[in-house]
Design a protein around this ligand. Structure first.
Ligand SMILES: NC(=O)c1ccc[n+]([C@@H]2O[C@H](COP(=O)([O-])OP(=O)(O)OC[C@H]3O[C@@H](n4cnc5c(N)ncnc54)[C@H](O)[C@@H]3O)[C@@H](O)[C@H]2O)c1
Length: 271
């Protein structure tokens, strides 16, 4: 699918990857771009730069997603491409076990990283199907195909997001609905900077870290190719192949990698 001439809504569009997507879609000739974000002030700045529409919305609430879609459709026109991109991450700190995050954190991340995709799809699919087609871009992560060490709830929710996208593709593909899942490894945004303890902009110096604009370019290529999986880091497909070929061997390799990251971890003594 080509973005030119389309109405696009990007959640989490005020910063990072979402901002780069909104700006790139505008540059590609989108007819209108809506930037929805919890940070309304920053969303307004991004929208101003691309002659778009800013919507303040918390995607952890279904009613706010419905309102963002309704506002976009009223002001710009029917949504052709919905990018459910807003996401959050928590590490397993300080306990560093797979269950050490609180129930509140698990529930919050589940709503933002998974349910927001379900609610976005629920809001736009009936109109898209009635009009004969539309596209959903769901931002997951390489952590949704592989796993991110030390981030159990992030890895779990990103896997679930891919599961939901597969269900949409299978259930609604014959009704003209296309779905792509964006699965990058590290990208230089505030989320990564917080995770690795540097300021945004500095993470780019780490090997393999992409700029948000490079991810947006990969998205445009992936949408044009109508690919389900969009992998801005091409090595991820090789990692997936190795995992699928021998999951037990892959898990042993991940445990080795974890031991190298947490050499003093007392949990290591357990096994
Ligand atoms: N940065 C990376 O290395 C990386 C890698 C893989 C996947 N991702 C995914 O990319 C997506 C974008 O992340 P980013 O790296 O650009 O992070 P970011 O923190 O720079 O941007 C996230 C944006 O989402 C918004 N947001 C957060 N919670 C929200 C909510 N409840 N409602 C509305 N908006 C909300 C934030 O205000 C922010 O503008 C996320 O889904 C993330 O998991 C990021």
């Amino acid at each position: 699918m080509k973005v030119e001439g389309k109405i696009v809504l990007v959640t989490g569009g005020a910063h990072g990857i979402g901002r780069a997507l909104a700006e790139r879609f505008h540059a590609e000739g989108a007819r209108g771009v809506a930037v929805a974000d919890l940070d309304g002030e920053a969303a307004a700045k991004v929208a101003e730069g691309i002659d778009g529409l800013a919507v303040t919305a918390d995607v952890s609430r279904e009613a706010e997603i419905r309102r963002a879609v309704a506002e976009t459709e009223e002001r710009l026109g029917p949504v052709d491409l919905l990018c459910s991109n807003a996401g959050i991450g928590y590490s397993d700190a300080p306990g560093w076990t797979a269950t050490s995050q609180s129930n509140e954190q698990w529930e919050k991340i589940w709503r933002v990283n998974v349910m927001a995709h379900v609610w976005g799809a629920r809001a736009v699919l009936p109109g898209m199907i009635a009009r004969g087609g539309g596209w959903l871009l769901h931002t997951s992560s390489a952590a949704g195909l592989l796993s991110q060490i030390g981030d159990a709830s992030y890895s779990t929710t990103k896997h679930a997001a891919i599961g939901f996208a597969e269900s949409v593709a299978i259930t609604h593909g014959d009704q003209g609905i296309g779905v792509s899942v964006l699965c990058p490894q590290a990208v230089d945004t505030a989320m990564l900077a917080a995770a690795v303890g540097v300021t945004a902009g500095e993470a780019a110096k780490i090997d393999g870290v992409l700029e948000p604009a490079e991810v947006a370019a990969a998205v445009v290529r992936g949408l044009e190719a109508e690919s389900f999986l969009i992998l801005p880091h091409p090595e991820v497909s090789e990692y997936m192949r190795r995992k699928a070929a021998d999951v037990d061997r892959w898990l042993a390799g991940m445990r080795r990698f974890r031991r190298s990251m947490f050499p003093d971890d007392e949990m290591m003594d357990l096994g």
